[in-house]
Design a protein around this ligand. Structure first.
Ligand SMILES: NC(=O)c1ccc[n+]([C@@H]2O[C@H](COP(=O)([O-])OP(=O)(O)OC[C@H]3O[C@@H](n4cnc5c(N)ncnc54)[C@H](OP(=O)(O)O)[C@@H]3O)[C@@H](O)[C@H]2O)c1
Length: 311
């Protein structure tokens, strides 16, 4: 038996409940995890908010896509994974649980001695950032504008772009400018006048832009500044960007899910984390049973850094 958080209905965080779920022994190709930490992402609350539909047949919804934990048992045919191993599992479904069956193909070694919280919060934002940088071909010599640069995805984009040798400018609220400087990015305030501020900070021009917030301002500023639209990508602004020639990344009609790129990205993220080229800023931790409170805080946008649940 395991404890899991599910959405019993569509709505706000009040629909979340802790329930008991059966967790059988691992079958072929499966691994049973004792979960130590769970990454919280905006898609977790979007899933039950109704923005992606309200199909009653999908209820109750299991939530969460990334965890870190200890292997408790492995299926008969699983090789290279042993009980007691400290691992990250991504992608998974139903991560909001204290015990979880996952596919062996989703299991990656957690670097020894590194924090459970950071391990649990590395993958969703990291693979998205890697996909965006790959889709826009960012490399040495580029000057990249990152919208929403202080967020989970944005700060991963900033760090990975810097590691690729690009110069990075990032938008954030003033309270996060010092954080962006720590990540070696030029911080800029978003809001009226953004295009002029970017032109002043990058007089030789912007060669690529990645939108990690989804506002009309982010899309319009990118279109005004980047000559090649194939070098602009959004992970959140599909409503504003459809039909503009910008690359739409992730789930949804007309988007590139990047399944293979994202699968490959996982090993590279572990490598960059190990090299200290990539870090995960932890904003707050909550007990698993407090998932509704964690979602209220996340939706409010008042926490800087990843929100993590601990069973
Ligand atoms: N397509 C995909 O595959 C995919 C994958 C993961 C996430 N996403 C989406 O990407 C978005 C970001 O996710 P996340 O995990 O990075 O969220 P997050 O950690 O909450 O970050 C959001 C950031 O947006 C910034 N922000 C708020 N208002 C802004 C504005 N008007 N202009 C510029 N920045 C603004 C905030 O920065 P300040 O606090 O500094 O204001 C905040 O750090 C979400 O919509 C999420 O659903 C998509």
């Amino acid at each position: 038996m395991a404890r899991a958080v599910v959405a019993k209905a569509y709505g706000g965080p009040e629909v979340l409940q802790v329930v008991d779920v059966q967790v059988g022994p691992p079958g072929p190709g499966q691994v049973l995890l004792d979960v130590r930490a769970i990454g919280v992402n905006p898609s977790d609350w979007k899933q039950y908010s109704g923005v992606w539909g309200t199909d009653p047949d999908r209820l109750p919804l299991r939530l969460g896509h990334e965890v870190a934990g200890v292997v408790a048992a492995v299926g008969e045919d699983v090789e290279g994974i042993t009980p007691g191993d400290e691992v990250i599992a991504y992608p998974v479904t139903g991560a909001y649980a204290d015990r979880l069956l996952v596919r062996a193909t989703s299991v990656l070694p957690k670097p020894a001695g590194r924090s459970w919280e950071k391990a649990a919060g590395l993958m969703v934002t990291g693979v998205t950032a890697f996909h965006a940088l790959t889709a826009t071909h960012v490399g040495a010599g580029d000057t990249v504008l990152v919208h929403g640069a202080s967020g989970g995805v944005g700060s991963a984009v900033v760090q990975l772009a810097h590691a690729r040798g690009a110069r990075v400018l990032g938008t954030a609220s003033p309270a996060n400018h010092e954080h962006l400087e720590d990540l070696k990015a030029v911080p800029l305030a978003y809001g009226p006048g953004l295009e002029d501020r970017v032109r002043r900070a990058a007089p030789h021009g912007i060669t690529a832009a990645i939108d990690c917030v989804g506002t009309a301002e982010a899309i319009e500023t990118s279109l005004a500044l980047v000559p090649d639209r194939q070098r602009i990508a959004t992970v959140a602004g599909h409503a504003h960007a459809t039909g503009t020639g910008i690359k739409l990344l992730g789930a949804g009609a007309g988007s590139d899910p990047g399944t293979e790129v994202r699968r490959r990205a996982r090993a590279e993220l572990l490598r960059q984390w190990d090299l200290h080229h990539l870090d995960v800023r932890i904003g707050a931790t909550f007990h698993l049973a407090d998932a509704a409170r964690a979602h209220r805080v996340g939706r409010g946008g008042t926490v800087d850094g990843k929100i993590i649940l601990l069973p």
